[in-house]
Design a protein around this ligand. Sequence first.
Ligand SMILES: Nc1ncnc2c1ncn2[C@@H]1O[C@H](COP(=O)(O)OP(=O)(O)OP(=O)(O)O)[C@@H](O)[C@H]1O
Ligand SMILES: [Mg+2]
Length: 342
Amino acid sequence: MKFFSHELAIDLGTANTVIFQKGQIALDEPSIVAIDTKTGELIAVGDEALHMEGKEHQGITTIRPLSSGVIADFDACEKMIKGFIHKMSGGKKGFFAPKLKIVVGISKGSTPVEVRAVRDSCEHAGAHDLYLIHEPMASALGVGLDVLAPMGNMIVDIGGGSTEIAAISLGGIAEAESIRIAGNQITYDIIDYMARQYNIRIGFRTAEEIKCKIGSVLMDLPADEAPEPMLVQGRNVSTSHPIEATITYKDVACCIDKTISQIENGIMKVLERVKPEIYTDLMRNGIWLAGGGALLRGIAKRFSDRMNMTFHVADDPLKAVARGTCKAIEDTEKYKYKFLMR
Ligand SMILES: Nc1ncnc2c1ncn2[C@@H]1O[C@H](COP(=O)(O)OP(=O)(O)OP(=O)(O)O)[C@@H](O)[C@H]1O
Ligand SMILES: [Mg+2]
């Protein structure tokens, strides 16, 4: 009897879930579900659920199942993975059965309980053959680095909920830091700043839009790279009347400075700890930036200036982990005694 066999490479991120299948991207949607408040049934998942966020009534609850890079709501996470798999199968039956192989990325800073939560939710969603991979290792593979070589490489993946920093050599992680500060914190910095500086109360989605459109980590960008100022509308914090303000990339650079410094400190810590031979390799190879945070304007330059090392931004940094996870699933035999975990 011939069985269906499906292989899914999953990056279960705080902000986005990306799934590769047969070497190609099969799903890229925000990590969010909308649940019927009374019955607990899934109403929508991913893009549809995102449109409902902030506009719910009592009958609907939207939940982001991950927080700081790890599962915060186990039940919602399981529903989300099932919902995504169902979506990818186009609602076809039999997609779960009988052999679903999954490789999924986990934060290097996960506690055993958090790892267990990922494993259980994938198994409940139908995984029969499950492997886990640390996200920075997946990023390194995704960037195209030779992770098995006796050569030091370093990855900084700035996601939504966590920043994963790791020095990699000989198929393992030599030194790492996982800090629970990343893109979401930057968005909250913008929300706070708008209230303090301009008296405008804005929501998470508006702040995300500001960050993605005009976000910069440098106070002075070259004229040809500087984005146009942006008009922001919202509610006056004190009067509740409508109010608007025009903000520039300098506003953003100023208010996110502290958070970016915390990420820099994390990178410094790893650089201080790596063995001298690996450090020398890093001087030669530079350090790779991945995750959505790598898209902030000027980030490679700022880090390079601060640390006197070359920083490169990965191609399509939002997909680095998923792409690497996909490479791992294609070569499970080669990697299973190295860094893939059961
Ligand atoms: N152009 C951009 N400029 C700045 N930030 C961006 C941009 N595009 C996306 N982001 C941010 O990147 C983050 C999402 O990145 P990513 O998908 O790598 O995170 P994730 O994998 O879901 O989260 P984590 O790895 O922490 O679990 C969000 O905070 C998003 O706002
Ligand atoms: Mg990520």
